[in-house]
Design a protein around this ligand. Structure first.
Ligand code: ZN
Length: 367
């Protein structure tokens, strides 16, 4: 196992996969030397671990069959990456599988437990993979969090800790050092977002070894975005990645365009999984997105609701958070930013079955 993480801010290097942050406070990035992406290097398994060769630091794979989700044509040149069809109903399973596969044995040997902060999907996902690996997990969530994801976390046998305050305060509580606690929060841990690289490989393979012109991805902590960018970089293709946020929560759009951003006092948005107002990866996202020629956009609640219903009326039931990618695409189509002839992939991140009942009521109440 060759594991090395480097601090993009100060250059310090770490070979300990339990470390999620540099001494200087910056997030870490994996230092990877990867073979070229060629067909003969892929394994014949129908999960993200067909790309195991490109994860040289992974030890014992802990898998629930994550990844290799369908790519379905919506219409014309628009394809949907159905990543809500993952074992826990969320694309986060790629990250959880990568993390638990990398450090599971180490955690078992030390007798510790995994800790994660989450608005829901990532917590449920890590709880599932901890259960599969026979590890204890503790998931910190905002006290306002409710619904199926909380039931899911408890059902997997993880300990659920509710924290008053903002999403950032939940993160601080989860990271607070404690005997035996090993923090693997998705907003920080470099291996979690490295698992997301597999998204780029799958899209490339499923389009027939071709890259789409654009990929639209909902962005909160930035794990999916960073994974896609790194994956496309490894493939050597020039797909434009469009980071999709909401009018309520758009710290990346603000930083990317140099505009000020003040989060609203209360985060009442249909996109209940896009609520990080100050994600730790902000600087890394701006740098990677700029270097790759990507962009950022944001949509309002009405646009999200319309996109959610458009997908549902075509048989695709996703979280409103996932519909943000379609909403952004429709907005850019209307403004002429993107052309109908472009091959486009929209990332659908979470299952509609996990949406809070109060959100569904808002969307369907009058219908
Ligand atoms: Zn540093």
């Amino acid at each position: 196992m060759r594991y090395l993480a480097k601090c993009p801010a100060c250059g310090r290097e770490y070979d300990d996969p339990l470390r999620f942050r540099c001494d200087c406070g910056s997030p870490l990035e994996l230092k990877l030397e990867l073979d070229d992406f060629t067909e003969d290097r892929l394994l014949r398994v129908r999960s993200m671990w067909r790309y195991l060769r490109f994860f040289p630091y992974v030890g014992d794979v802990v898998s629930l069959g994550e990844g290799w989700t369908p790519l379905v044509r919506l219409d014309g040149h628009v394809h949907l990456k159905m990543d809500f069809i993952n074992p826990t109903g969320s694309f986060k399973d790629r990250g959880s599988s990568a993390v638990v596969s990398t450090i599971g044995r180490l955690v078992r040997e030390t007798g510790g437990f995994l800790a994660e902060d989450s608005s829901g999907n990532a917590g449920a996902s890590l709880a599932a993979y901890s259960a599969k690996a026979g590890l204890r997990a503790r998931i910190y969530v905002p006290s306002s969090a409710s619904g199926h994801k909380m039931d899911q976390i408890r059902a997997y046998g993880a300990e659920l800790v509710r924290v008053d305050g903002s999403r950032e305060e939940v993160a601080r509580e989860a990271m607070r050092p404690e005997e035996g606690k090993i923090y693997v929060g998705h907003p920080w841990h470099p291996v979690f977002r490295d698992g997301m690289r597999t998204l780029a490989y799958e899209i490339f393979e499923q389009m027939g070894y071709r890259a789409p012109d654009r990929v639209y991805v909902p962005v909160s902590s930035g794990t999916g975005l960073m994974g896609l960018l790194r994956g496309f970089e490894h493939l050597g293709v020039d797909t434009r990645v469009v980071a999709c946020q909401t009018e309520a929560v758009h710290p990346l759009l603000a930083r990317f365009t140099g505009r000020p951003y003040t989060p609203p006092p209360s985060l009442d948005t249909l996109a209940e999984a896009l609520i990080m107002t100050d994600p730790p990866l902000l600087d890394l996202m701006v740098e990677a997105l700029g270097r790759s020629g990507g962009s950022v956009d944001a949509v309002g609640e009405d646009e999200i609701a319309r996109a959610f219903l458009e997908l549902a009326r075509k048989g695709i039931y996703v979280e409103p958070t996932s519909a943000v990618s379609l909403a952004c695409y429709r907005k850019q189509l209307d403004s002429g930013e993107v052309d109908e002839s472009e091959e486009v992939v929209l990332l659908l991140t979470g299952s509609g079955l996990k949406t809070s009942p109060r959100i569904i009521e808002r969307l369907l109440g009058g219908r």
